[in-house]
Design a binder for this molecule. Structure first.
Ligand code: PEP
Ligand code: MG
Length: 329
């Protein structure tokens, strides 16, 4: 079985009926890079930049960040790298930052200052990271992604910051810069982002659905709460409807949309995601071969029937049974 999974690396991620699906990998820690390069993934759909800020005394400066991004972009050898701006706050505690940028403790961290909200409050942190990413984009295709977006204004303000940083970089001598600004896109991981997708699509150049946070915020259930974890399930039809809405709006607006939450790593959910309209998935590097296998075993018509049934199912349990039945066939 291992050998047949390895053989998959060079086979196309294509359904039985001939549709191409783009499989990319998430990257959380740099040591995963080798495994990702060997997985058959075509690029990085989510680079979680938090690791750069961990286990250190101060935030990394522009040069340090530029080198780290450059190395990753070069290792991906022409495949796109989607760099997510620092997603700090809530469950992602970062010691160096809380030491230098102390925040008032919040009663509800998941609903407080995190992700793009926190970055927009800390301009120097945002601008340093943007400068490093823009410089690294000279080494290969890069996309910039905003975490935890809830309203369009956050995208507008970040784009202004990006343009400001770009003008500044252009005035500096001997800097290698890309010809154009990289695409700026957003994570769709709050119900408001999913519901306002048509408005957000006017400001964002791509969407990546983060099913981990989207599940938490939709069901108002924390997966780390022993009492509420029972409710936390990305297969809840309410979550699936938001995924479907986002995908349909993005497709209508003509912008790329992917899923990069844990759900994309589950081969059992692959036919469902294809049926909901997704053609781009980003996952753990080690999940790529099995998800590719699931893509190659699928036909879109069957996937769409499955998705329709799942969307009108009464609960996650029923959806799970539908997925199990689909796997048998
Ligand atoms: C998500 O929320 O689904 C996601 C991909 O982001 P993270 O897991 O880093 O919060
Ligand atoms: Mg998230």
């Amino acid at each position: 079985a291992r050998r047949s999974l390895a053989r998959l690396q060079n086979l196309p991620a294509q359904t039985r009926c001939g549709f191409q699906v783009e499989l990319q990998s998430n990257l959380e820690l740099p040591f995963e890079l080798k495994m990702i390069a060997e997985s058959g993934a075509r690029g990085i759909g989510l680079l979680r930049s938090e690791f750069m800020f961990m286990n250190r005394e101060t935030a990394p400066d522009e040069e340090t960040q530029t080198r780290i991004y450059q190395d990753i972009v070069e290792a991906m050898d022409g495949d796109p790298v989607t760099i997510r701006l620092l997603d700090w706050g809530s469950d992602k505690e970062i010691e160096a930052l809380s030491r230098y940028l102390p925040e008032t403790p919040e009663p509800n961290p998941a609903l407080g200052m995190r992700g793009i909200r926190a970055l927009l409050q800390h301009e120097a942190l945002l601008e340093t990271q943007l400068a490093a990413i823009l410089r690294a984009a000279a080494a290969g295709p890069v996309r910039i992604m905003l975490p935890m977006v809830s309203v369009a204004q956050e995208v507008i303000q970040t784009r202004e910051a990006m343009r400001r940083v770009w003008r500044r970089l252009k005035r500096r001598k001997n800097l290698k810069l890309p010809e154009n600004l990289p695409p700026l896109g957003i994570m769709v991981e709050t119900p408001s982002a999913a519901l306002a997708a048509p408005q957000l699509a006017q400001h964002a150049e791509f969407f990546a659905i983060g099913t981990n946070d989207l599940t938490m915020y939709t069901l108002a259930a924390d997966r780390f709460s022993p009492g509420a974890v029972k409710l936390y399930d990305p297969l809840e039809p309410a979550v699936l409807r938001l995924i479907h809405l986002t995908t349909s709006f993005a497709t209508a607006a003509g912008i790329p949309v992917s899923v990069c939450g844990e759900l994309a790593s589950r081969p059992a959910a692959t036919p469902l995601l294809l049926g909901l309209g997704l053609r781009q998935l980003s996952m753990h590097g080690n999940a790529v071969p099995r998800v590719k296998q699931a893509v190659r075993a699928s036909t879109l018509l069957t996937c769409e029937q499955l998705a329709n049934e799942a969307l009108s199912a009464p609960d996650a349990e029923t959806v799970r049974a539908l997925l199990a039945k689909a796997q048998e066939n």
